[in-house]
Design a protein around this ligand. Sequence first.
Ligand SMILES: Cc1cc2nc3c(=O)[nH]c(=O)nc-3n(C[C@H](O)[C@H](O)[C@H](O)COP(=O)(O)OP(=O)(O)OC[C@H]3O[C@@H](n4cnc5c(N)ncnc54)[C@H](O)[C@@H]3O)c2cc1C
Length: 446
Amino acid sequence: MTEIAKELLSRFLPTDEGVASNELKVAVVGGGPAGLLLTWKLLNAGHTVTVFEKRKAYQLNEAPDSRSYNLTADGLGLRAFGRLGNLIYCAGIIVDGRAIHSPSGSLWTHPYGHRAADHLVSIPRGDLLALLAATIIGHRKCNLCFDCDVRDADVYKGTVRWKKNATQLEEELEGLDLIAFADGVRGLGQQKAKSQPGTNSVCETEDTPYLNLTISKEAVTQARLELNKIHFFPAEESLGIGLPNFDGTISLLIEGRIHKNHREEAICPFTGRVPFSFYKQVFDKPEQADGYLQRQNPKLAEILQDFSDQVLNVRPGHFIESFITNWRVGPLGILLGDAGSCAPPWAGFGMNLACSHAADLAELIGQFHDLQTALEQYNKRRQKCTDVVKGIIKAHGALLNSGIGSRKWRREQALRDRREQVFGERSEYQIVAFEERGLEDLAGLE
Ligand SMILES: Cc1cc2nc3c(=O)[nH]c(=O)nc-3n(C[C@H](O)[C@H](O)[C@H](O)COP(=O)(O)OP(=O)(O)OC[C@H]3O[C@@H](n4cnc5c(N)ncnc54)[C@H](O)[C@@H]3O)c2cc1C
């Protein structure tokens, strides 16, 4: 690293000035955005943190993760990141509105908000994780352990048992005051929370399968896709969401909704085959893939000339929607981020919500001397926040981003957009993400 780069990064390191009167020994399970942000904030307040991440070290432009799709930070996320938000601006691209390419070929766009500050920042997941990790690696009170899979945790005694993948050796960390499970949906934390007696915790809904692609710089230029917009390609059975990258390419996600036939078998959203399995590749012939895209959204088919090259013999990824009703896991465990609530991708919450949990937990730990009070307060806020999120998803989410393009939606969306242009109306989500009051509501504050 050059001296200037080192100097620049040093401005984002935890200050190490905080001396917590109740210095805690914390284990964070999972080094995703929520886990790393919580770590940064706790270090800043003077606590000692060990982070366990089962994947290998993060690198720019590469998250060792099949979910290596761009993330978009909105007002909620940027506020949660605090001064670290500047790093996101440095590595990301500002997007100020949506461009919707309807299957009929028409294009309509509208801004995210009314003020210049109402924008999102699109950043590759790998870049975000690499930057966050770089701020905490080497901190004297931080131990960031990559390639370490947490196998179990005792949330009564405060121990974590983990295995180093390279050596297969198991070890135990003891004497923990707090175990924060930021290990995502269907992780150890969620399993433990669900199996707690008397909590009746998770309600899960259908998974959403997706294909992850890139629109090349040449294709972006040729199709004149603006790099300061998020591009939506709605269709009958799918939704394409394109997020611009620093290098002029666009990361594209094509989501498909699973339907069931009368025998309750899942029908493959991409090929219509029955049954559908996440563990099987979707297309094995180029003409199948190209025909599918053409049927879905001809504009996207025109842009993505190399679609079949990218999706042939590829297995889809999948999102899981889940909400938990109790975020506490025994006396010493707590859920964070997707481990506690994971909204569907089209809802636009994602890492913003996950990181707002991290910021809130760190703040409450700082505010209350007694950890149990802080955890209880955090739990109450998350429960309230979950209700708000569910309400937004139900009432507005589908209309905000996709609705996974039914004809009805497209008509409604066109009308809504026109109304928005004429009357300056904004969706509920935009209000929540961009306005102070909305942010407070979402954090579950009184
Ligand atoms: C394809 C895709 C696109 C998305 N796009 C957007 C978007 O545009 N905008 C947005 O805001 N959000 C988006 N999201 C959602 C966003 O990625 C998540 O909401 C966010 O990553 C949640 O952060 P997290 O830290 O809670 O969990 P995660 O990011 O899931 O991180 C959990 C971490 O825990 C690790 N882990 C799990 N179990 C263990 C274990 N036992 N031991 C050690 N480590 C473990 C995992 O390896 C992982 O690194 C997208 C998600 C996907 C899948």
